[in-house]
Write a protein that binds this ligand. Sequence first.
Ligand SMILES: O=C(NC/C=C/[C@H]1O[C@@H](Sc2ccncc2)[C@H](O)[C@@H]1O)c1cc([N+](=O)[O-])cc(O)c1O
Ligand SMILES: [Mg+2]
Length: 214
Amino acid sequence: TQSTRPQRILDAVQKNATRGDPRSVVKAIDHFCRNKEWAMNVGDEKGCILDSVVSEVNPATVLELGTYCGYSTVRIASLLPPHAKLITLEFNPDFAAIARQVIAWAGLEDKVQLVEGASGDWIPKMKEQFGVKTFDLVFLDHWKNSYLPDTKLMEECSLLRKGSVLLADNVICPGAPDYLEFVRSSPRYKSQYFKSHLEYTKVEDGLEKSVFLG
Ligand SMILES: O=C(NC/C=C/[C@H]1O[C@@H](Sc2ccncc2)[C@H](O)[C@@H]1O)c1cc([N+](=O)[O-])cc(O)c1O
Ligand SMILES: [Mg+2]
């Protein structure tokens, strides 16, 4: 039977990465997507910027919107301090099934809670379901037209505190213009653009880091 791209990415991980070694999982996916089949992982170039923000924030609680195959989930979770928790939301059950296996191969199951469903449904339930008070870091990498409504929803649900960091992928390509305008013009955010390239290409893209000011 015909395999899917996420299944081929998982195969590449299981063939080329070492169990329990997150960096080898990241390397295996980047190698596959650069040399065999492009896929919408944040990738190695923007991934380094992601790593530096995660290290700087040193978060105890992280929310990732859009797991896909778990590439950025593994990148982030591999940098978290002990007892820190990453909740990642994924809408597509097939992607979620692959991501669980990628996260397990990296040996990061204990740090990651993958939740299947839509961010709009789950954000209001974060406190009661997962005992989360606020998120120290949010990585937005799901549907681009959901970035802004979900950010407003997180504010309404008091999931952001003074100093919470939002890091958004693809603010140039494919783009999230309404989100970008909002965080750059709102007095409640301090925003900064990290210029980079669309994963595995020479096309311009970048990450927008926005600190919630409370
Ligand atoms: O479209 C892109 N990303 C959308 C990602 C969406 C991911 O998030 C959920 S949706 C969801 C909904 C609600 N809650 C949770 C997950 C999808 O099932 C997918 O796993 C994208 C596209 C390009 N590109 O070049 O075309 C490059 C990128 O880096 C991208 O991230
Ligand atoms: Mg992306």
